[in-house]
Design a protein. Structure first.
Length: 324
């Protein structure tokens, strides 16, 4: 027999350590960066705000809806929870500086799994030199992780969703459809291709591309959390413009094409309507010289709504949080 994993050996997290011991076990694992003046252990943390403005975003992950423990390790879920929030900061043209984490902890959660979660949160935050500076826990029936991200604009104006203009080019940084393909693969009972399954577990967010877009003069930007078409719908509505996606400009890797063929799914469906890759999509004035982080996938036009090759999209454009 192989060795029993640490998670399998552990007792229930809160039962073993108690609330304050549980918090201490997690916070002891969290290194604090130079921007943290006061970290975990007091009533609140104190962090620096470089230009006296703070960008803030919050998001929740609920077991069974956003992740499954039989699909993802605690380390995976930590990366995923942090990425979902830090991507929002990048989508404003900012850089994440700190995370606050709240957890609803069920009786069956092993302490080892929770410690792995803390390690994943810290490792993802470290990608942008951010720190996990505090949080709270409560016991409850469903494992729920709530993360609030704080960030800074480094002296720049925030890039919002409401300044796209007809004639702008539409560009994306990062991957589209990978996480959705991985979710479909796992839901069918498979574990490969590994690259697609890993994308579901740990999205690869192009964090530096957000501030780069701000410097380049992006007129609107959003992260792709619910699906490319669904999220472009927010830019369309806020900017009162039409957005058209060039289907041929979307990158569909061979493994995604092969997986789509094997599972009977059009891989473009994953790229157009799949979320949780947390790619960044932005609009830029015509003639902007985009760097290697960004590739053009469409255009902004007069009108309303989001189209693909000039036509309406027949399928569901992305994840709808109001649906079961």
């Amino acid at each position: 027999m192989g060795e029993t994993s640490r998670v399998e050996r552990e007792e229930s997290a809160l039962a073993q350590a108690g609330e304050f011991g549980f918090i201490a076990r997690l916070t002891d694992r969290l290194a604090q960066g130079p921007g943290v003046l006061l970290g975990p252990g007091d009533d609140a943390a104190v962090i620096t705000a470089g230009d006296r403005r703070v960008v803030a975003s919050t998001d929740m992950l609920v077991e069974g809806r956003h992740f499954r423990r039989d699909w993802s390790s605690g380390l995976d879920v930590g990366h995923k929870a942090a990425a979902a929030n830090l991507a929002d900061i990048a989508a404003m043209g900012g850089r994440g500086t700190a995370l606050l984490v709240g957890m609803c902890v069920p009786d069956d959660l092993p302490l080892g799994w929770a410690e792995d979660l803390a390690d994943g949160l810290a490792a993802e935050a470290a990608k942008v030199d951010a720190s996990v500076v505090g949080g709270d826990t409560v016991s409850g029936p469903t494992l729920t992780i709530s993360v609030t991200a704080l960030g800074e604009l480094q002296g720049r104006a925030p890039v919002t969703r409401d300044h796209a203009r007809p004639g702008d080019v539409l560009a994306v940084a990062g991957r589209l459809g990978w996480a959705a393909a991985g979710t479909t693969i796992l839901s069918r009972g498979f574990r490969s291709p590994g690259a697609l399954v890993s994308a579901h577990r740990r999205p690869q967010v192009p964090y530096p591309a957000g501030p780069v877009a701000a410097v380049l003069g992006a007129t609107a930007m959003i992260d792709v959390s619910d699906g490319l078409l669904a999220d472009l719908g927010h830019i369309s509505a806020r900017s009162q413009v039409a957005v058209d996606v060039d289907r041929a400009a979307l990158e569909i890797p061979d493994q995604m094409r092969d997986a789509g063929h094997a599972l009977g799914v059009d891989p473009y469906q994953w790229a157009l309507a799949g979320g949780e890759d947390h790619a960044l999509v932005a609009t830029f004035p015509p003639g902007t010289e985009l760097g290697p982080e960004w590739r053009v996938i469409g255009r902004v036009e007069a009108g309303t709504g989001v189209t693909v090759d000039g036509l309406g999209y027949a399928g569901q454009p992305g994840w709808d949080h109001g649906r079961s």
